[in-house]
Design a protein around this ligand. Structure first.
Ligand code: TYD
Length: 206
């Protein structure tokens, strides 16, 4: 018997919005509810993807190179990890996916969205997340959290407030355009309050 396809859940937000803080807790809740779960991240998730991640987070490069490498890592991730897991009935929780490319390379760096859409269709046209949890926080608050937690900021974290304002606007525009897929989590609250909202969303999908 073919297993029921697993669900694909992604986490998004500007650096410092708190998605990584909640990732382990979300994974634990899904496992407690009996889901076979694979936790992964982008850029990364495969040996080649993790090598590309190191370059992407440290090496200066042309914006189109940056975008192509994000999608190269994603292509590998999809064919070796994400699709096989979903096909076997496993759920997949990924720390970032293509919404991040629209937000960072599109919004932040100004690459036209239609260029990203071409790569998106090419690399995973028929596969989209079933649910995206977008952690929304003001850029000021996110930067404060980052400066207390990061001793060595990466190439993206070193960007200025204007860059992150554009990233946030792009995320919010995507969430407004796709409200059935993207749940906006107000991250400017206590961890317990955020968890309560996450619990409601998680119980609605499993
Ligand atoms: P991040 O999840 O913030 O890693 P960490 O919590 O370990 O710092 O991801 C690394 C960076 O990659 C982040 O600043 C956003 C960036 N990124 C893009 O610019 N485009 C993309 O498509 C993806 C997946 C990530």
């Amino acid at each position: 018997m073919t297993p029921v396809r697993g669900k694909f859940i992604t986490l998004e937000g500007v650096d410092g919005a708190g998605k990584s803080t909640h990732l382990d807790w979300i994974a634990e809740r899904l496992r407690t509810r009996g889901r076979d779960l694979l936790v992964t991240r982008e850029p990364g998730g495969t040996p080649l993807g993790e090598s590309l991640r190191k370059l992407l987070l440290s090496e200066p490069m042309h914006i189109e190179t940056e975008t192509l490498l994000m999608f190269a890592a994603r292509r590998e991730h999809l064919s070796r990890v994400i699709r096989p897991a979903l096909d076997q009935g496993c759920w997949v929780l990924s720390d970032r996916f293509t919404d991040a490319t629209y937000a960072y390379q599109g919004g932040g760096r100004g690459l036209p969205f239609d260029r990203i859409a071409v790569l998106e269709r090419w690399v995973h046209g028929d596969l989209q997340p079933d649910l995206t949890l977008y952690f929304d926080l003001s850029v000021d608050a996110a930067r404060k959290r980052l400066s207390t937690s990061q001793s060595h900021p990466d190439r993206f974290e070193q960007e200025g407030a204007d860059f992150f304002e554009r990233v946030r606007s792009a995320y919010r525009a995507r969430a407004a355009a796709e409200p059935e897929r993207i749940a906006v989590i107000d991250a400017d609250r206590s961890l317990d309050d955020v968890k309560k909202e996450l619990e409601v969303i998680i119980s609605s999908i499993c």
